[in-house]
Design a protein around this ligand. Structure first.
Ligand code: SF4
Length: 462
């Protein structure tokens, strides 16, 4: 019987099938941990005298609470003593349990969803979890990857399994030719605006079509990263030569690479496989996208007008954003720009921002935060940091930074931040801060003009 990609990977990890009264026991290949959601889990383990079942299948980094500015004397200004304690606690726990950890001294330290792929730890056909919603990022490699809560982090540490029910499957086909300047971020914001912020609830998504086949791994990760913003359990893209070339030579790449690739080539949806739901989108309909509300489903093309609020919640979102129905979104005054997060902090993203910022000057505070120390080094080797700083932007150390603001990188109440992150919830970037989600290109263009700007217009002006 023809199977979907999700069904194939799901079947490889079932320890005990689900029944009417019990979820499946699902094996986890890779557990990524960081300083925020793991301390309580390790405490729970200690209280029950349990050990970590597979330290060799667990990888740790520090990212959420880490400062992105280093003092001139080399010290690290943590925003609070608690933030520093979280980091120290993680380092102590992972040392005690023999878990590979990418701390300050590691060239791979950085955002957990940047680090895993960068090390080659993220591979096709795997099951991957982490105590962070945007674990869906790893689905870009043809893995089933999803975020879990703190209690589940403890469960996975102790058992290397999780209890879960099988989600339904949804294929999202995007075929055709993307217009000039249309990015993976625009594609996923368009998809979420189309299917709705809850449109993926209960589903595992598979992104299908030539648009995804033509994307780099960086672009595929941007797309899968935001699957959770449509409510989906996870998002996947079938692995192909682009995937295999990306993993080859990385630290955790399989030793017998040819054999691994042969197996991975079988991880494709069979002809005739049936999805529970299918959505079809024409690539030609996608334009640069921005959000105007307080969830990622409230997105429009940048040359469009803010729609009429259909519900009280929509009106409350517009009131919070200080935006009005019927107004053009382009030209709205911005106060800050943030380029970073596990959605858009990779080399492709930084190169795209640099291409726009080269020879330009930013007119509002612009913070650029690479996803990992390695990406920072690679960007610097290419001279991207020099372009950013010459333009007046701030070039920071790797970390989550203004995606969530846990490290103190936040806006001032009332600020409108054009941000390449994944969530525009009220207050996510600081109390009263208004977040407009966008691509690195749109963020860079807005940094130059000080208003929400279609990046294609910067080219025109030049
Ligand atoms: S960048 Fe944002 S979404 Fe990604 S891991 Fe960090 S806090 Fe989570």
């Amino acid at each position: 019987m023809p199977k979907t990609l999700f069904d194939k990977v799901w079947a490889r990890h079932i320890v005990t099938p689900e029944t009417a009264t019990h979820p499946a026991v699902f094996y986890i290949d890779l557990h990524l941990i960081h300083e925020v959601t793991s301390p309580q889990a390790f405490t729970a383990l200690k209280e029950r005298s349990l050990t970590v079942r597979r330290p060799d299948r667990t990888l740790a980094t520090i990212d959420h609470s880490t400062p992105t500015k280093i003092n001139s004397d080399g010290s690290r200004p943590y925003v609070t003593a608690q933030a520093e304690r979280q980091v120290q606690t993680l380092l102590g726990n992972t040392r005690a349990h023999g878990i590979e950890t990418h701390g300050w001294e590691s060239e791979n330290r950085g955002i957990v969803h940047v680090m895993g792929p960068e090390l080659g730890a993220t591979q096709p056909g795997m099951s991957i979890v982490c105590g962070d919603s945007h674990t869906s990022t790893h689905g870009a490699f043809g893995a089933i990857a999803f975020g879990i809560g703190t209690t589940q982090v403890g469960h996975v540490l102790a058992t290397q399994t999780i209890l879960m029910r099988k989600p339904k499957t949804m294929a999202i086909h995007v075929n055709g030719e993307l217009g000039a300047g249309i990015t993976p971020k625009d594609v996923i914001l368009h998809i979420i605006a189309e299917i709705g912020v809850g449109g993926g609830t209960g589903y595992a998504l598979e992104y299908r079509g030539n648009v995804f086949e033509d994307m780099s791994m960086d672009g595929r990760m941007t797309v899968c990263n935001m699957s959770i913003e449509a409510g989906a359990r996870c998002g996947m893209i079938a692995p192909d030569e682009v995937t295999f070339n990306y993993i080859k030579g990385r630290k955790f790449a399989p030793k017998d690479y040819a054999a691994a690739c042969e197996d991975w080539r079988s991880l494709r949806t069979d002809n005739g496989a049936v999805f529970d739901k299918e959505v079809r989108i024409k690539a030609e309909d996608i334009k640069p996208m921005v959000t105007y509300g307080t969830h990622p489903g409230m997105g429009i093309a940048i040359d469009n007008f803010i729609p009429k609020a259909g519900t009280k919640a929509d009106q409350a979102a517009l009131d919070y954003m200080r935006l009005s129905s019927g107004a053009a979104i382009a030209g709205t005054r911005a106060d800050k720009v943030f380029i970073g997060s596990c959605t858009n902090s990779r080399l492709d993203d930084l190169r795209a921002a640099a291409a726009l910022l080269k020879g330009q000057t930013v007119t509002i505070e612009t913070i650029i935060v690479p996803g990992s120390a390695l990406i920072k080094a690679q960007a610097e080797a290419e001279g991207l940091d020099a372009i950013f700083t010459a333009a007046g932007a701030q070039w920071r150390e790797a970390g989550c930074s203004m995606c969530l603001g846990m490290n103190g990188d936040i806006g001032t109440p009332g600020d409108l931040v054009v941000s390449t992150s994944n969530r525009n919830f009220m207050g996510r970037q600081g109390p009263g801060v208004r977040t407009v989600l966008a691509s690195p290109e749109t963020a860079a263009a807005s940094a130059i003009t000080g208003v929400i700007t279609d990046p294609r217009k910067i080219g025109e002006a030049a």
